[in-house]
Design a protein around this ligand. Sequence first.
Ligand code: UGA
Length: 348
Amino acid sequence: MRLALFGAGGFIGSHLVEHLLDRGHEVIGLDREGDKIAHVNSDRFTFHGADIRTSQDLADDMVAESDVVVDLLAHANPSLYVEMPLEVVDLNFYENLRIAEQCIAHGRRLIQYSSCEVYGKPVAGETSWHEDLSPMVYGPIDKHRWIYASAKQLLERILRVRYDAGELNFSTIRPFNFIGPRLDYLVPAGTVGGPRVFAHFMSALLSGGPMYLVNGGDVSRTFTSIYDANEAFHAILDNPEAAAGEAFNIGNPANHIPIRELALIMIRLYGELTGRTPLCEIQTQPGEEFYGPTYEDSDRLPPNISKLEALGWSPSRDLESTLRETMRFYLESEKPDLFQPVAAPPFA
Ligand code: UGA
């Protein structure tokens, strides 16, 4: 099968490229950066280093030439939602919508990556998030943090309307905090904003700088191995009829922990992996200072994964082994040029 992968150079995209090639597929990828896939060498992989916003004809050709289109294009770091909310909507909504329109025009199946963030905040009495049953509750309009979830949700709703009209065959994926090698990027000691939490904690361990717990680290996340996530993707790819028009949570409910606990586990694992005592110190920081005044943090619930289990998938990688292999990646590639100034990361 030939797949077009928009956002092939990001963390999830780079793993999906490897996974799809391993399974014998042909992949045409597009991203504005290709560092994370520079090691991929296959005559079944074509990569276009291009910015989607100025490459609409190329994108249209990619869709036309493919059997299935996978759209991962997104700014997915909360610091960007508050720093450049309109750019987030531009990429995560308008550009994604354009790709969906191209899929409609060429009659192609679309697998759209969305986010667990579309659920927003938990409501009283809920214990997990179900794709088709859970409400979606967001914060006030002046908290730009929610513009990302709003854009993703509207995109999901439009895809569903076009599906119901018989115009588009699609499935949506809602990732729950995937982790693995090549996740995000490291930052210098004391950086605020920037990448997601794993990369911040790893940077603090490597640099000896402070490890910030935003608002005390009491909120929880479901950390999910990128390798489990790839297998879940394949269950969706391989079941086009059962997956048509459906949204799917991809997450490992067994790996649901508070951020404070993540910090403590990573500190312990760093000691075990290196034999060194970490120099970094845990400090609490208000969300408004770490990200800015328009940030609002939120707790999350674990995913209900019964829909994907019905397609034959279940996660098998536990939290500690997933963290260990992700941390080992950074320990083995430890070098000064990994510490970049805070900058917009590649898409997805
Ligand atoms: C982000 C995206 O917004 C989601 O769309 C995406 O699904 C998710 O990442 C993901 O990786 O799947 P979020 O989980 O809030 O959502 O991203 P993080 O930046 O990793 O934040 C997780 C928690 O850690 C937040 O409570 C944040 O305030 C906290 N944090 C972050 C710290 O306590 N310290 C830090 O140094 C960084």
